[in-house]
Design a protein around this ligand. Structure first.
Ligand SMILES: [Fe+2]
Ligand SMILES: [Fe+2]
Length: 289
């Protein structure tokens, strides 16, 4: 029975990575302390944060059994996010090396998520996940198009670009699971946008706190030149993304309303991913002659 269902494949692959971060410079982001600590603090959210995403989707997996393709994609989503957790934890060697104790901060993210953001209601956990997946999907476009060019270490750049590609590949999974189970009416829409707002507020608060702690531990709080550079780049760049973030509030929003396939194909070539040529071949067969 169900030969066709058994033959279904996920829409995207799970790639096994095992990065080794050796001989990394102290300030690998644009040779700049504040920018480096900003991205380390962003990364510190991932090991525990992506575990939360996995758990929130896994908790409702049985409710999408009647959509075999989505079920397959949930498996690949879990595989990708679990690998991101593992590799970003490994990446924190770049801060451990300079005695910034990233592990205490990483652990604290898990404590906060369990204490304040894990609800008895799986719908709300899933809504936080779907919302933060949209936030991530917006950020990774900037990462692929601009930010990664400022990274001075090849392995670090590879990590962030691989993660960005995969975030784009699975950007619709949590959202589709949410709508498959809860629909798109008012009773689904309101928790969806409320949890997105709460999730983004939590992310900014926790990340900013960790960033300040890293900068203080590195004795760079008084580095006004670096702060000025940061405010002129990331400080201005992030608010400029507000229109993309706000698209999530449209009642008919869907993650696939935007198409990043060209940027993803170029990024795969940049970092030499094994499936880059397949992607380009399938794109060119889809193009008119
Ligand atoms: Fe991820
Ligand atoms: Fe994700």
């Amino acid at each position: 029975m169900n030969i066709a269902v058994n033959d279904l494949k996920p829409s995207f692959p799970v790639r096994r990575m095992d990065y080794v971060f050796e001989n990394t410079e102290r300030y690998w982001m644009a040779n700049d302390p504040i920018a480096t600590h900003y991205f380390t603090s962003l990364s510190l959210l991932f090991p525990e944060g992506e575990k939360y995403f996995v758990e929130s989707v896994r908790a409702v997996r049985d409710l999408v059994k009647n959509n075999p393709q989505l079920e397959k994609d949930i498996g690949a989503f879990i595989g990708q996010e679990a690998m991101h957790s593992k590799e970003h934890h490994a990446f924190h060697a770049t801060a451990r090396k300079y005695n910034l104790d990233p592990d205490s901060l990483e652990k604290n993210v898990g404590v906060i998520l369990r204490k304040y953001f894990t609800f008895g209601n799986p719908k709300l956990n899933l809504a936080i996940t779907a919302g933060l997946e949209h936030f991530t999907a917006v950020i990774v476009v900037e990462m692929m198009a601009k930010i990664s060019h400022e990274m001075t270490d090849d392995t670090i750049r590879h990590l962030w670009l691989w993660h960005s590609i995969e975030e784009t590949e699975h950007k619709a999974v949590a959202f589709d699971v949410y709508q498959e189970i809860y629909g798109s009416g008012v009773s689904a829409y309101l928790p969806r946008v409320a949890m997105f707002s709460l999730g983004v507020a939590m992310l900014f608060t926790v990340q900013t706190d960790m960033m300040i702690r890293l900068i203080a531990r590195d004795k760079q709080l008084g580095n006004l030149k670096s702060w000025a550079k940061f405010m002129g780049t990331i400080g201005l760049g992030l608010p400029a993304l507000t229109p993309q973030f706000l698209k999530y509030f449209h009642p008919k929003f869907h993650p696939n309303d935007t198409d990043e396939s060209q940027l993803v194909a170029e990024t795969k070539v940049r970092i030499g991913l094994a499936d880059a040529l397949t992607t380009i071949a399938s794109r060119s067969t889809a193009l008119p002659a």
